[in-house]
Design a binder for this molecule. Sequence first.
Ligand SMILES: N[C@@H]1[C@@H](O)[C@H](O)[C@@H](COP(=O)(O)O)O[C@@H]1O
Length: 232
Amino acid sequence: MNVIITKDKVEAGKKAFELVEKAIHNDASVLGLATGSTPETLYKEMRASNTDYSNLISINLDEYKGLPADHPQSYHTFMQENLFNAKPFKKSFIPDGLGDEEDEVKRYNKTIEEYPIDLQILGIGTNAHIGFNEPGTSFLQETHVEKLTEATINANKRYFKSEEDVPKYAFSMGIKSILSAKKILLMAFGENKAEAVYNMLNGPITEQVPASILQTHNDVTVIIDEAAASKL
Ligand SMILES: N[C@@H]1[C@@H](O)[C@H](O)[C@@H](COP(=O)(O)O)O[C@@H]1O
């Protein structure tokens, strides 16, 4: 994996933006997008750019199960506010949090098959989850409903009024689907990601460390700040 260490997340966002631009220039037409605080600086660069995304397709990694699209903490709302309001895509796909489980899983797998992802943006959880694929999830999983771990609920409660308000389940693209992307760009910032980053890059490849499977992909760039790199 190609590892780039930056001073901070602002510099990382600029570097990530350069890679996104390069991929689009080289004919990437389907972007796999992520939510959470990590991609915010990248999306800021994308919003401020002159690039037109209206011919591209976007496919998001995940959505909380049970949240309507217009809920303030839904990933639909996050994407509208952070990117799509300013930069609409030709088509954008995000799992429907209120969708019937079986239908939604089928629909999403079909979407990923129809629009193979050229460049997948990823963050990483403190327990090394990617998308919402928690430790223990099979590397062979496609889209599914994942039960969130205490660590993830705890990390994400900052966005909700209280811990009880954090959804306990989420629709997530599976690891198999993530690995099918031609290129992967993972970002991580802050001391609390340092151990996950270390395990992803240097640890054994194990379903207990979902991001460790990225060691088997042939085109992964990891952009981290100095704090996230502090255990390397
Ligand atoms: N499903 C998302 C992930 O896609 C994200 O990478 C992770 C880290 O979040 P943050 O970027 O806010 O640290 O948390 C969430 O659980």
